[in-house]
Design a protein around this ligand. Structure first.
Ligand code: SAM
Length: 295
């Protein structure tokens, strides 16, 4: 298990190392804007009804049934959660017996995750590291993991799914598994208020620019750092990136639901389960990939 690391992501290696590519990566300014946006969202999310942290602390529900079915018993396994936000899903896996490491580029998210781990009595089994997902393997070295876990709302923040898959391949032990549940690229290509196609289904060098002052949870204040940049990644691009790096795809499931009201026309069928209304054609809104890294 990872030793606790400082919030700035330093691992004993020079903390500035994470920024070495700044002069050569044209997406860095865009990712910096995303970081400001996410730092601001953290306190809104931790006090939101959507995440309901107090209820979570009281009930300690553990991982979702669908996640347990996909991954199985994690007792004693090392699990890394990429883009862990403030650690709720990460700590659910610690409750299930895994030794967990959460990684996120937002210092506010990592600080909130560490505070939540302490409140949950899990600080001894959960480490949180502040780093870009594109630097994850280096930030966590020499550790590798039995499970790489990625939960909904992750890949859209990354310009290149290939660079993401490089990190996943470096982090997973031979025989280790990836669990990815994310928003469906078909849904991301739709207009916000109709079923019309408005954006590319595929990964493009030009990002989608979002100036929305809202976040996906209930919110009590508009975002001052509203601008964020997102990129779509087709299902084939995601799956091929993994196969090219030595993963076997065990399961690819497209879901007709997602976990938040991505479009105003979605209806909540059960809590945190939003689908097209009855009578409207079903479309894929999220998807799950379970993959195993071959030796
Ligand atoms: C939608 S949240 C993930 C939410 C998570 N599924 C949950 O419900 O708690 C997306 C997370 O990705 C993180 N993130 C975005 N871009 C990142 C990057 N380049 N490197 C690391 N983390 C990043 C954000 O800080 C944020 O915490």
């Amino acid at each position: 298990m990872a030793a606790d690391r400082p919030v700035d992501g330093s691992t004993g290696a020079p903390a500035r190392a994470v920024q070495q590519t700044k002069d050569v990566d044209p997406t860095d300014d865009l990712l910096s804007a995303n970081l400001r946006n996410w730092d601001e969202r953290v306190p809104i999310h931790t006090r939101s009804r959507f995440y309901d942290v107090e209820h979570w602390l009281q009930t300690r529900p553990g991982p979702r049934v669908r996640e347990i079915e996909a991954i199985g018993d994690v007792a004693g396994l090392d699990l890394v959660h990429l883009q862990c936000h403030f650690g709720l899903d990460t700590l659910a896996w610690a409750d299930a017996g895994a030794r967990v490491t959460g990684l996120d580029f937002s210092p506010a998210a990592i600080a909130a995750a560490q505070a939540l781990a302490a409140r949950a009595g899990l600080a001894g089994r959960a480490s949180f590291v502040c780093a870009s997902v594109y630097d994850a393997a280096r930030a966590l070295a020499p550790e590798t993991f039995d499970v790489v876990y990625v939960s909904l709302g992750a890949l859209c923040w990354l310009p290149s799914v290939g660079r993401w898959a490089d990190q996943v391949a470096a982090l997973a032990r031979p025989g280790g598994r990836l669990y990815l549940h994310d928003g469906h690229p078909m849904a991301w290509s739709l207009a916000s208020d109709s079923l019309a196609l408005e954006y590319s289904y595929f990964e493009e060098p030009t990002p989608y620019v979002d100036d929305s002052e809202d976040t996906y949870t209930d919110s009590d204040a508009p975002l001052a750092n509203a601008r964020s940049y997102e990129w779509n990644h087709g299902i084939g691009e995601v799956v091929s990136a993994l196969i090219d790096r030595g993963f076997r795809i065990d399961r690819l499931t497209e879901h007709d639901w997602t976990v938040h009201q991505q479009f105003p026309w979605l209806v909540e069928t059960v809590a945190h389960h939003w689908s097209a209304p009855a009578g409207q054609p079903r479309i894929p809104l999220s998807y799950t990939v379970v993959a195993t890294r071959t030796p």
